[in-house]
Design a protein around this ligand. Structure first.
Ligand code: PEP
Ligand code: MN
Length: 348
């Protein structure tokens, strides 16, 4: 089923030729998308690669709107792009990940938007920096634009992973917390980087109650001039959308759910009490070490305790990564408590 109440933005990574743009749009017009996207000016990592078809692409996009009645959208990276998009009545523009990182660029875009009210979307910056993402959104708001959405397209990491860009779902979740009400769109294409990863990523976004999807599509993906591996045909997009499971968005307030929440609250309280007890013990150890003039950190002992805890937790079906992180945090705070006790002694 096509995600009801969800926005679907699709189209090629880049506008390449008039035929490619129009044929892709024809396919998408049968899918039922909300916005037709295409990059006209492309920010490429290295010089000498295809840097976008440029202004001629605008006329192809306008033709898409006239022929198929689709709303049109493109990426802007400077004032000149914004002016051209506005002059040609684009329905939406977005700020790309490489622009969001640069406050000068975002400011230039924001100033050129002053006095207009086009729909704007802001992709997350390439680096995992929530404040930079929020800052870019605020600059666009300050220019008087009211219809601003955020696009989650993943974050760069140096190591090779199965994703082109690490999803780091916590950052968009935190964004929603900081800016309640901001529509959040997922871009599985730039997160996954490969077509077979689109479906699980799109499903995860729907499960996390995202407000829409931006997915790149191309009439002939293998021949695409940019991002060939991650593009799918309009027919494949239709299949993907149809196979998404859309869960109930209404707030759950049935008795069973209230009972679960109460159990969670009580369990959280127990966790707090246990942490308090543990910290007390750390304080006592600190005092003891102070008396004996002993170093705080005993690495072997700590590593052994961590190993044992991870083993015990795994046997209980708790994720190894989670337990490791949790005990590292607890240990850090225990060290902090003991250092405080020792340094207090130094000052006396
Ligand atoms: C794009 O949408 O084609 C694009 C360049 O994306 P990003 O800014 O996320 O890299
Ligand atoms: Mn792309």
């Amino acid at each position: 089923m096509i995600p009801v109440n969800s926005l679907v933005i699709s189209g090629p990574c880049s506008a390449e030729t008039r035929e490619q743009v129009l044929e892709t749009a024809l396919g998408l017009s049968k899918v039922g998308i909300d916005y037709f996207r295409a990059g006209i000016w492309k920010p490429r990592t290295r010089p000498g690669e295809f840097e976008g078809i440029g202004d001629i692409g605008i006329s192809w996009m306008c033709e898409v709107r006239e022929t198929y009645g689709l709303k049109i959208a493109t990426e802007v990276a400077k004032a000149e792009h914004v002016e051209l998009a506005l002059k040609n009545n684009f329905d939406m523009i977005w700020v790309g990940a490489r622009s969001t990182v640069n406050p000068f660029t975002v400011q230039e875009i924001a100033e050129s938007l002053q006095g207009t009210n086009i729909k704007v979307m802001v992709k997350n910056p390439v680096n995992p920096d929530l404040k930079l993402w929020i800052g870019a959104i605020e600059r666009i708001w300050k220019a008087g634009i009211t219809d601003v959405s955020a696009i989650h397209r993943g974050f760069s990491v140096y190591e090779k992973t199965r994703y082109r860009n690490d999803p780091n779902w916590q950052i968009p979740i935190d964004l929603k917390q900081e800016l309640p009400g901001i529509p959040l769109i997922c871009d599985p294409s730039h997160i996954g980087g490969r077509a077979h990863l689109l479906m699980p990523l799109a499903q995860k976004a729907m499960d996390l109650n995202y407000d829409g999807l931006m997915i790149e599509s191309h009439v002939d993906p293998s021949q695409a001039w940019t991002d060939a591996k991650q593009q799918i045909t309009p027919a494949e997009l239709k299949e993907l959308l149809n196979s998404l499971t859309i869960r109930n968005r209404a707030a759950i307030d049935e008795d069973a759910m209230l009972a679960f929440r109460e159990q969670l609250t009580q369990t959280d309280e127990s966790i707090i009490q246990l942490l308090k007890n543990r910290m007390r013990i750390s304080e006592q150890i600190g005092e003891f070490k102070k008396d004996k003039n002993h170093v705080i950190l005993q690495s072997n002992r700590w590593e052994e305790a961590l190993r044992n805890n991870v083993l015990k937790a795994s046997a209980e079906g708790i994720s190894e990564e989670f337990v490791t992180q949790l005990f590292k945090l607890i240990h850090q705070d225990s060290i902090r408590i003991q250092s405080d006790i020792l340094s207090k002694d130094d000052r006396d």
